[in-house]
Design a protein around this ligand. Structure first.
Ligand code: NAI
Length: 794
């Protein structure tokens, strides 16, 4: 046997990491932890505790407190009390605290990595080389944001007290992803770690003490789902940030609908791993090892669906199987182990159940003949081939080391298969052709696309999903915005109590000729004026009670037609930004030409002063968004790897817009124009008070080269129409700017496909004030950022 052969066949010896330091820390706490509240350890009010165990041995590591509503309340009170002093610090002072946290994490990195592996079962190689370094990186990066906050986000204020709920798959990394941006932006925090993996969050509490973080700024309450629920429902929490299953994400959306809590959700995924025939197959196979066997596949962005070009499928499967035969599964503290333990028995059983279901559905199951420990919670790396795209194992998140393989023939088919999911978290594309990979990346509905790489993360690049993978981003500028709100908006009064800037009491028209009584407008769907399905209309009256005209009473069918037309117009999102700007300028020009007649009609309801202001400011607003169209662009991030990440601002898709009642023209334009300037198509429900504006608007649109279906208008009872819009699975976002009830309904009704929701929270927005009525706040809600990671550099 040659030396090379010997080298290749040599067995690994055991290389265990020493757990003594981590265990000694647990011992110092007598293996029993209370909550960390107001800078100190606090026993649970109800006195109940539960165990957390090492999944690779089943041994109990420690006992931790089961948080009750009373514990959550005491943590929220501590966070609230700490808020004013924390916010009155200078950005530099906050930056120094974040910097101190980063330094402490780095100093304790080995202890933290071991503790993470003990509690979670992940290989020490991963916790040591990936999780903990990323935790430190996140705090360093956000120390920088704390320093720059006022310069980079002028006019924004922190949400306040933030409730954060995290899962068990990257316990400390999720602590960092949640806490670092929250603190950098001046919030205080109550965080609940997952019940299977509370220990590193508690270790982080210890680090907060070491760093001298003021009491109450970070509070950690341990417990199960019921503790999370208490945090979600606490009335004095201003924002909830959640990472976990889509099912719980949906429950949280519902539970917060009647409150004004801001919400970000990072949920499940079923991410495609697409390999084209011209890919470097060996690299792709290595990528796949990271894509699906990293952290035992318990990764929300795991490349769990392998899509292979048919021509290379057999060859590729052979290479994958060979590689699987060399994976080592076993004690996670062993430095030479690739696959550790599954976090908990219920998770192991879930994986077993889903794999059995896959086989029953007709998939072929292949597992390598490698030794699997008999003690502890282990599941071997598994390849399911001949998987039907609609089968459960191709659609549901398994959250285990299980790869479901399918084939495709053309790039187009690859995109179709890749997007054939309710999720949209991540994707990985392998091809040596830059044209193929970037062409495909652009079409994938996913928040992160890795080209010829996989599972790369960095604090500078936003991470988060499209569709039912949730909304909001973690990392980057967009991640910070999740913890900020425009300062004026936070303090805006309720919509019904405040007069707008322009006097509201409508004056009957005196110096205009009376408008004709028989003005009847139609719906506007797919670029055509349409009669309502109901055959009914609603009367519109002036301030003096005179009949001004009639508007159609739209119904569900009209909304469905409008949604269909909007979806057909999605090509608008692919038009160049210059193109969209030109159309918007043309709309402004045509509105300007009709300004007098439109103002005359509007004044019959809202008075001359408001009517004229609405039209002239309306023209300006369109100009603004025409200007923004080719300036509101993305970024190129430079993560500390051999990559660049192209942060593309993509339209959300089809947006339902329920317009404000009291500024029929300006309100409509203030919402619809930003949405279309970034490439969305819109179904708008105009002001219920003055739906006749529709007739003026479609006359303007019809003469402005706006492609059919980009803007559709359905008049009628706003609340009823919004219900259909919010429940429609082909609508991707819902914007509701009527009142408090409208905002709550938009949130509740949209849980089905987890639409992104943007509302006025029932607060008054002064549409006549440029600071409130236009700008980045609206644009930020009209896009979702997709980070495309591309290898770059030497
Ligand atoms: P989960 O979504 O139930 O748990 C995540 C966190 O939410 C935990 O801290 C939990 O205590 C908390 N929680 C549970 N119910 C809650 C409620 N009603 N209100 C507030 N907080 C609540 O996830 P679980 O049960 O641990 O895992 C189940 C499946 O979810 C996994 O098999 C996997 O498919 C998926 N999952 C996805 C994750 C992701 O990162 N996308 C992370 C964890 C799980």
């Amino acid at each position: 046997m040659s030396i090379t052969e010997k080298f290749m066949t040599m067995e690994y010896g055991p290389a265990p990491e020493d757990p003594r330091e981590a265990l000694a820390w647990l011992d110092r706490h007598r293996r029993r932890f209370g909550h960390f509240i107001n800078g100190a350890w606090q026993a649970p009010a109800a006195g109940s505790y539960f165990d957390t165990a090492d999944p690779s041995t089943g041994e109990t590591l420690a006992t931790v407190a089961q948080g009750s509503a009373a514990d959550v309340d005491s943590a929220v009170k501590a966070a609230r009390a700490a808020l004013p002093a924390w916010q009155s610090l200078t950005p530099h002072a906050r930056a120094r605290y974040l910097y101190a946290l980063a330094r402490q994490v780095q100093k304790h990195s080995r202890w933290l990595a071991v503790l993470e592996t003990l509690d979670n079962g992940k290989p020490i190689r991963e916790s040591r080389d990936i999780d903990i370094p990323l935790v430190a990186r996140h705090f360093y990066h956000h120390a920088g944001w704390a320093q720059l906050l006022e310069q980079e986000f002028p006019g924004y204020a922190a949400c306040g007290v933030v409730g954060q709920i995290i899962p068990w798959n990257f316990p400390l990394l999720m602590v960092a992803w949640k806490i670092a941006p929250a603190l950098a932006t001046g919030n205080t925090v109550v965080l609940k770690p997952a019940e299977f993996t509370p220990l590193t969050a508690l270790a982080f509490a210890h680090i907060c003490q070491e760093a001298g973080l003021p009491a109450g700024v970070v509070n950690i309450v341990t417990g199960d789902g019921s503790t999370g629920e208490a945090l979600v429902q606490h009335p004095d929490v201003d924002k909830i940030a959640f990472t976990g299953s889509t099912e719980v994400g949906r429950a949280i959306r519902k539970a917060t609908a009647l409150s004004h809590k801001k919400l970000s959700l990072e949920l499940g995924g079923k991410s495609p791993f697409i390999i084209f025939e011209d890919a470097d197959l060996d690299s792709a196979v290595e990528g796949l090892v990271d894509g699906i066997w990293f952290n035992q596949g318990q990764v929300c962005c795991a490349g769990s669906r392998l899509l292979m070009q048919e021509s290379i499928a057999d060859k590729l499967i052979g290479k994958i199987q060979n590689r699987m035969n060399t994976l080592r599964i076993g004690p996670p503290l062993d430095k030479a182990i690739d696959i550790g333990a599954i976090v908990a028995r219920v998770q192991l059983e879930r994986i077993q159940r889903l794999v059995a279901l896959g086989v029953a559905e007709g998939a072929t199951c292949w597992q390598p003949s490698i030794p699997v420990p008999s003690r502890g919670l282990y599941f071997p790396p598994t390849l399911l081939s001949n998987v039907h795209p609609s089968s459960v194992v191709a659609q549901q998140e398994i959250f285990g080391p299980v790869l479901a393989a399918m084939t495709f023939r053309t790039p187009r088919e690859a995109v179709e298969l890749a997007n054939n999911t309710v999720y949209g978290l991540a994707a990985s594309v392998w091809s040596e052709s830059i044209n193929v990979s970037l062409h495909v990346a652009a079409q994938l509905k996913a928040g992160v696309v890795w080209v010829n790489c996989t599972n790369l993360f960095d604090a500078t690049c936003g991470f988060g999903g499209y569709r039912e993978s949730g909304y909001g981003r973690e990392g980057g500028r967009e991640g910070l915005l999740e913890y900020l709100e425009p300062a004026w908006f936070k303090n805006a009064p309720p919509v019904h109590t405040t007069p707008l800037a322009i006097d509201q009491p409508p004056e009957p028209p005196t110096d205009f000729a009376a408008p004709p009584i028989d003005r009847t407008v139609k719906l506007y769907i797919g670029g055509k004026q349409a009669r309502p399905d109901s055959g009914y209309s609603i009367e519109v009256r002036g301030a003096d009670g005179r009949l001004l005209g009639e508007a159609p009473l739209g119904n569900r069918k009209d909304i469905r037609n409008a949604v269909e037309a909007a979806r057909k117009a999605e090509g608008w999102g692919r038009a160049t930004a210059h193109n969209r700007a030109q159309v918007l300028y043309y709309i402004a020009e045509n509105l300007s030409q009709r300004r007098e007649e439109i103002a005359r009609r509007l004044s019959a309801v809202f008075g001359k002063k408001q009517a004229e202001a609405e039209v002239s400011l309306g023209v300006e607003r369109i100009f603004s968004y025409a200007a923004w169209a080719d300036k509101y662009d993305g970024a190129v991030h430079s993560p500390p790897f051999r990559n660049v990440a192209l942060a593309m601002k993509e339209p959300i898709g089809t947006v339902g817009v329920v317009c404000p009642t009291d500024a029929p023209l300006l309100g409509f334009l203030s919402l619809v124009m930003p949405a279309i300037s970034t490439g969305n198509s819109v179904i708008a429900i105009p002001s219920e008070k003055y739906p006749l504006i529709t007739g003026d608007l479609y006359q303007v649109f019809e003469t402005s080269d706006l492609p059919d279906g980009v803007v559709n208008i359905v008049t009628g009872r706003a609340a009823e129409l919004m219900k259909t819009l919010a429940e429609h699975d082909d609508v991707d976002a819902i914007w509701c700017f009527t009142d408090e009830a409208g905002a709550a309904a938009a949130k509740t009704l949209s849980v089905g496909n987890l639409k992104q929701v943007f509302t006025n929270e029932g607060r008054a927005i002064d549409w006549f004030d440029v600071k409130q009525g236009e700008g980045r706040w609206f644009l930020d809600h009209s896009v979702q950022v997709k980070n495309i990671w591309v290898p770059y550099g030497e």
